[in-house]
Design a binder for this molecule. Sequence first.
Ligand SMILES: Cc1cc2nc3c(=O)[nH]c(=O)nc-3n(C[C@H](O)[C@H](O)[C@H](O)COP(=O)(O)O)c2cc1C
Length: 163
Amino acid sequence: MSQRKRHTIRVMASHILAVFHSRTGRTKAMVDAACCGIRRCEQAILRHQWALAATAEDLLWADGLLLGTPENFGYMAGAMKEFLDRTFYAVEATIRPLPYGLLVNCGNDGSGAATSIQRIVTGLRLKPIAEPIVCKGAPPPDVLETCSDLGQSLAEGVAMGIF
Ligand SMILES: Cc1cc2nc3c(=O)[nH]c(=O)nc-3n(C[C@H](O)[C@H](O)[C@H](O)COP(=O)(O)O)c2cc1C
């Protein structure tokens, strides 16, 4: 009789940091939906921080990262840039190559915000788990569902050691 191999999946606590900025609430709605998805993962421990309040310690605590920003003047929001400026050198040498998801809200484009964040976090060796979710205007239910699925995938992927 052939012996069956046992595959053990190690499930770990999954520290997920959501950092966002939003002036009129659209990006926040996307991030909040993603956080609902994160909370569906039993192992997830979530920190949900405005960019102006988030710290380098938050980044070093995280096993996975969710970033949310509106596009302003073809770039990420100033508050998100301030967060990355303020923390970059403090974490550059020690941050692990975290998996991350990116949410962008915009009026008509969104690519400048997405690209500007991707360029900086690539410098920190962070790894995207999916293409950015870019939404023009108020996020409709299907976009919110996609954000929620992204959050859940991030948290569960970290918990199962997939990322
Ligand atoms: C100062 C300013 C600059 C903006 N620049 C852009 C832009 O370059 N491209 C774009 O698609 N939308 C632009 N927008 C539109 C915002 O991205 C859009 O209103 C978005 O829904 C705001 O997200 P929030 O509700 O999370 O603040 C701009 C808005 C403001 C207030």
